[in-house]
Design a protein around this ligand. Sequence first.
Ligand code: AQP
Length: 331
Amino acid sequence: MTRIFSGVKPTGHLTLGNYLGAVRQWVAAEQEPDEALFCVVDLHALTVEHDPARVRRLSRQAATLLLAAGLTPEKCTLFVQSHVDEHARLSYLLECTASDGELRRMVQYKEKAAKAQGSGEGVRLSLLTYPVLMAADILAYRTGEVPVGEDQRQHVELTRDLAVRFNQRYGYTFTVPKATHPVVAARVMDLQDPRSKMGKSGDAGPGVVFILDEPEAVRKKVMRAVTDSDGGVVYEPAARPGVANLLDILAACTGGEPAALADGYTGYGALKRDVADAVVELLRPVRVRHAELAADPGTVEAVLRAGAGRARAIARPVVDSAYRAIGLLEP
Ligand code: AQP
């Protein structure tokens, strides 16, 4: 049986990118006979400038949305990262396994550090070490598969490297995990800037579709999506990223294949209308269910409490064995 682990950061409202790149895979994975753990990785939200009240609000909202999207507490373990101390405990051991150079090479660190510096905020040390905490999130559960969007590929590679290095130095302790990505829409792009990833932590610009957006807002954003001046609908991600992004989204929503779907269109207007309809219909049941669950916060809290208990029971012996292997005395 493979164990699956993945998480989402409460750094903003969840987007269509989070849904297509990750959450939808998680709901599908939960149907398999594997054991699945999903986590609101709130400690990761502290790596950039944050408002404490907002992080609390977004953490609850993310957990509620994951349940609304179809995760069922009977089939998976849903919890909040900071409720399980083993993540931070293991992170320190992995900091003693990773090197400064390999963390400074992380693309996301370079991008986010440049952004933080540009806005005069200063770069938090935790932004540099965040991929190590992510490795701890994964390795504490002896995870086999990590379903994530394409942007997390490099961090899962680092996790694999750290697991192999630790095992070689101190004896077999961790399973070496592998990342899995959806076939289409593994990297949903910003509708206004299709060379950049659709992200939740920046300004809530018109290029970002949020899962909880009203249908009218979704339509407006899709209809205003940047395409290009060439006319004609063809699937050429490098040369025409805006059109390719719309075709990817349509394919992810309808189950088609992006290049084949392009053949059905002669102009951008009809393509955008179909994309807008498909996204609205995909997200509608999630919005409805979210509203029901948000009205009953006690249920969500109980799910998270039970989830943390189950997660702790799996992670504690793994992390304890890592402490022994690396040379620390048993208490
Ligand atoms: N645009 C995307 N397309 C496909 N998958 C995506 N994911 C994120 N954006 C896209 C996947 O969603 C999961 C959870 O993401 P996260 O919370 O770890 O990170 P984020 O949404 O990228 O949020 P950030 O880093 O706080 O902000 P931004 O996006 O503004 O840089 C992951 O599996 C991720 O791959």
